[in-house]
Design a protein around this ligand. Structure first.
Ligand code: DC
Length: 225
């Protein structure tokens, strides 16, 4: 009998700190890391390269099956190749996030990515970050976390991140975009954004990254940590 590797799922809305927290926890545990949002973003990028209209669901589903995504570690950073081309920077754009969110509402697209995500579950363990990791992809995960933060706080974090990169955007536009994405992710029929019944909910609005990491690590048995 094969025993499935342990999984820690970290779900939540965009900007709640999932990516940062998941990466740090995965590194400390020596576990693999799945950035499931990057898969949806990669399909979005591939679709835009192929000039596929967002209203053409069947072309988007075909594109999902055809898109090859590779995660390549580069020191501390992770590069993402889409059909062999480094698309890391394009993947992080706000426009790509919005496109990914729209594409992610198509049930067949989600179905096409299901097994690909499950394939990341390999020893010694997996930290999986997304919207439906604990509810749909790994419902039997041993450890589940749902990270939240107020929309204002998440917009502020994103605003600072972009400012540090020299990108100037309006705070109000960012807040509007974050709220629109929350609504779309939470209201879709298939795998909407919501905490699993057995997830531990952590509000990160007023706590710093290290404290959140400690709270997540405290959920794991000492043997895993
Ligand atoms: O986590 P992210 O911002 O990179 O995700 C981009 C979009 O992809 C998000 O708005 C919704 C979608 N997504 C999803 O539907 N399910 C996931 N497990 C991960 C992301």
């Amino acid at each position: 009998m094969t025993t499935l590797a342990p999984v820690l799922t970290i779900d939540g809305p965009s900007g709640a700190g999932k990516g940062t927290i998941s990466r740090i926890v995965a590194r400390r545990l020596g576990w693999h890391y799945l950035d499931s949002g990057a898969l949806y973003r990669a399909v979005g990028v591939a679709a835009s390269w192929a000039d596929i209209d967002t209203s053409d669901a069947s072309a988007l589903v075909r594109c999902t099956f055809d898109t090859k995504v590779q995660f390549v570690e580069q020191g501390e950073a992770m590069r993402v190749l889409v059909n062999g081309t480094d698309a890391t920077d394009e993947l992080r754009l706000e426009t790509t996030g919005a496109l990914a969110s729209a594409i992610a509402a198509i049930p067949e697209v989600r179905g096409a990515l299901k097994e690909r995500q499950r394939a990341f579950r390999i020893a010694p363990g997996l930290v999986a970050d997304g919207r439906d990791m604990g509810t749909v992809i790994f419902p039997d995960a041993q450890f589940k976390v749902f990270l939240t933060a107020s929309a204002e706080e998440r917009a502020q974090r994103r605003h600072k991140q972009l400012k540090d990169k020299g990108v100037s955007v309006s705070f109000d536009d960012l807040l509007r975009e974050i709220m629109a994405r929350d609504a779309r992710d939470a209201q879709r029929i298939v795998a909407p954004l919501k905490p699993a019944d057995d997830a531990v909910i952590i509000d990160t609005t007023d706590i710093d990254i290290e404290k959140v990491v400690v709270r997540v690590m405290d959920l794991l048995p000492v043997s895993a940590a």
